[in-house]
Design a protein around this ligand. Structure first.
Ligand code: DGJ
Length: 362
């Protein structure tokens, strides 16, 4: 299928490439094109940074994937060179990643053991709304791809959550976790209902710990509860060990970092594309227990007058550890009417002496 540059959201800016990217404003790459990478993250590898994310197209069509995952490289996190679409949606009818599917929140880890770059993303099959709730997995030999799509699945079919003790692993226990009432009066299906077919997997992140162990962390159980799922040594599959955290807290847009032996998770509530107040959690282990530590955000975005009550109009996405002392929290200000105009917000994370974190607008 032929796509025009405009339909692909690639519009050439008349201005020269900007040296300085500003929070909430349009960012440009080194060629002066608008940076088109949303809901993604930054991979630091071999002395370079790789910014990647959802390539959005114009109008409401941008709420579906028509291009794939777009990547940029940089040596300074300021000037971004376009590396193109590194994972492409497919024209083939029936492909899991068919043009028109929903492909969101891609995340990439480098696996030292295999020397491969592994990408996970939230996948909704074409024409099914948000019902499929799957994770897609792709792999590449180089950070800049091409990423080869391997498969999509619902994780942990037939596996008990580790925080259900052995002696309680009965049909009766499963039966208690079939459904719950949502805070807005609807019905949510819980892990017991998905034991055989695999757990629902929507908003997600990947986290690699200091010991090389990797984790897939995702909004599950109709977004009511977060699952922390251990990956195999090659990061391409699941060990079957998984934990439920932030139970019935309705957290999505999860992002994780670790500092001084504490794991920190930031996330949002569940209001679709509309912003809400961020929340944070901390734990001594990836598997929990995770303690809720409040809204980490502060300050006001002067462009829209929004403060921490609505996360400056944005939603959390990723935390980059730049060095031992520098962590950058990344957010997206979504524009569901025209997602190609969604904006990026990157802010430093402050680790407070009381064990909480703060992220202040600047
Ligand atoms: C909120 C999620 O964080 C986004 O990634 C996207 O899935 C929207 N919901 C869709 O409404």
């Amino acid at each position: 299928m032929k796509r025009s540059l405009a339909a692909m959201g690639l519009v050439i800016c008349a201005c020269a490439a900007q040296a300085m990217q500003k929070n909430g404003e349009v960012w440009h790459d080194t060629a002066g094109h608008v940076v088109n990478a949303h809901g993604g993250g930054v991979l630091a590898h071999g002395g370079k940074y790789y910014l990647y994310g959802e390539h959005k197209v114009y109008g409401r069509a941008g709420n579906k994937a028509h291009v794939g995952v777009h990547m940029y490289s940089s040596e300074d996190l300021e000037s971004w060179k376009d590396e193109g679409a590194v994972l492409k949606v497919e024209d083939k009818v029936g492909s899991d990643i068919e043009d028109g599917c929903v492909l969101e929140r891609p995340k990439i880890l480098f696996c030292e053991k295999t020397g491969k770059f592994v990408m996970f993303f939230h996948l909704e099959l074409k024409g099914q709304g948000y019902k499929a709730a799957r994770v897609g997995i792709a792999v590449a030999d180089k950070p800049t791809g091409p990423y080869v799509f391997l498969r999509s699945l619902r994780p942990n079919a037939g596996q008990w959550p580790m925080n259900v003790p052995e002696e309680a692993r009965t049909e009766a226990t499963k039966g208690k976790f079939l459904s719950a009432t949502t805070p807005w009066g609807g019905k949510a299906s819980l892990w017991g209902a998905h034991f055989d077919g695999g757990q629902m997997s929507r908003d997600m992140t990947l986290f690699k710990d200091d010991d090389g162990r990797a984790w897939h962390v995702f909004a599950s159980e109709d977004n009511s509860t977060v699952h922390v799922s251990e990956l195999t040594d090659d990061y391409l599959g699941y060990t079957g060990r998984w934990w439920r955290i932030a139970e019935l807290d309705w957290t999505e847009a999860v992002a994780i970092c670790k500092k001084n032996g504490w794991y920190y998770l930031i996330g949002s509530g569940c209001t679709g594309w509309k912003p809400n107040a961020a929340r944070s959690y901390r734990a001594r282990s990836m598997t929990g227990p995770w303690e809720r530590t409040g809204n980490p955000c502060a300050g006001v975005n002067p462009a829209n007058g929004l403060g921490p009550e609505l996360t400056w109009g944005g939603q959390s996405n990723y935390i980059l550890k730049k060095s031992e002392d520098e962590y950058i929290a990344m957010f997206d200000i979504w524009k569901p009417e025209n997602q190609v105009d969604s904006r990026l917000v990157w802010l430093p994370v402050t680790f407070n002496s009381d064990g909480t974190i703060s992220i202040k607008w600047k």
